[in-house]
Write a protein that binds this ligand. Structure first.
Ligand SMILES: Nc1nc2c(ncn2[C@@H]2O[C@H](COP(=O)(O)OP(=O)(O)OP(=O)(O)O)[C@@H](O)[C@H]2O)c(=O)[nH]1
Length: 285
């Protein structure tokens, strides 16, 4: 699903999240491990206020393992717990309940001291479109739940999914918008499938991707396209790839659109391996 975010949609999404917030003890903020910063909602902190948060770096299977470690360390420095997970394969899922219990431990102990019997932790998942919210809900529920009740116009009560004895999860996630502030963020969102690439110029996305690979993963770039060396000019590199991959127009000239599509497809299909586009040091949170 790709949503075109207009101010009205944002206000509605925010209202829905704010409403559900009252029902839960903790937020599971789902971000894409390849772009933890770019896939987080810019206003989340303001929206959730003091509500405890567990950050889940989903699609960790597609991200650079070393950088995922750096991201979790970076969040820890900020006093935030973050877990790397793969909702599709069910990796890291068991740790979620444990981490939530740890985050809420003191609060629950205080309740116990007051004589209140602790009930299961109530949580909701929040994230931008396509980050894996439904996949995670289904994983935690161990069955297909998410999306089944999503018929437009059908109002229904919120339902709780029991995850073991310790956790209850709202069956509908909160959907918030991604960041839009700079073109680079847009390219990263497009390369990871969070926004439709038709919203941006394909050649611009490809050039961004090439620049990123040239700086951060030059060996993988050379290997994929069997380059003896990387031309320093990005336009020469672009032409070289077009030539090597046979992306040619009728007269034998390079077809720039076709070349751009090839590069973007290769990045999306993980032909350069697992890549992380947001680097923790460049992205203070
Ligand atoms: N490789 C990988 N793919 C995943 C993972 N989690 C989800 N996906 C895939 O990502 C895509 C989007 O997943 P969804 O669960 O539909 O995402 P969503 O956040 O519910 O999407 P919206 O309904 O658009 O808000 C699907 O193709 C999933 O199979 C993961 O951990 N690893």
């Amino acid at each position: 699903m790709t949503i075109q975010w207009f101010p009205g949609h944002m206000a509605k999404a925010r209202r829905e999240v704010t409403e559900k917030l009252k029902l839960v003890d903790i937020i599971f903020e789902l971000v894409d491990a390849r772009i933890p910063e770019s896939s987080s909602n810019p206003m989340l902190q303001e929206i959730i206020q003091q509500k405890p948060r567990l950050i889940l770096l989903n699609k960790a299977d597609m991200a650079d393992r070393e950088l995922t470690k750096k991201w979790t360390a970076h969040y820890a420095e900020q006093g935030q717990t973050a877990l790397a997970i793969n909702s599709q394969a069910g990796i890291g899922i068991k740790e979620i309940v444990k981490a939530a219990e740890k985050i809420l431990h003191e609060k629950r102990e205080r309740q116990k001291a007051k004589g209140l019997r602790p009930r299961a932790i109530r949580a909701m998942i929040i994230g931008i479109p396509n980050v894996g919210k439904s996949t995670l809900i289904n994983r935690l529920a161990k069955r297909n739940i998410a999306k089944t009740g999503n018929t437009p116009g059908v109002t229904r009560a919120q339902q709780w999914i029991k995850v073991g004895k310790e956790l209850e999860l709202l069956d509908t996630p909160g959907i918030l918008w991604p960041k839009f502030e700079d073109p680079e963020t847009g390219y990263k969102l497009a390369l990871t499938g969070a926004i439709k690439d038709t919203l941006l110029n394909m050649q611009d996305i490809a050039v961004f991707g090439l620049n990123f690979l040239q700086t951060n993963y030059p060996d993988r770039l050379m290997e994929r396209y069997a380059l003896a060396e990387i031309p320093s000019e990005i336009s020469s590199l672009f032409d070289k790839i077009g030539e090597l991959r046979g992306c040619l127009a009728a007269g034998g000239e390079i077809d720039y659109d076709k070349t751009a599509e090839t590069i973007v497809r290769d990045l999306r299909m993980q032909y350069f391996g697992a890549i992380t586009f947001d680097l923790p040091d460049q992205n203070p949170i």
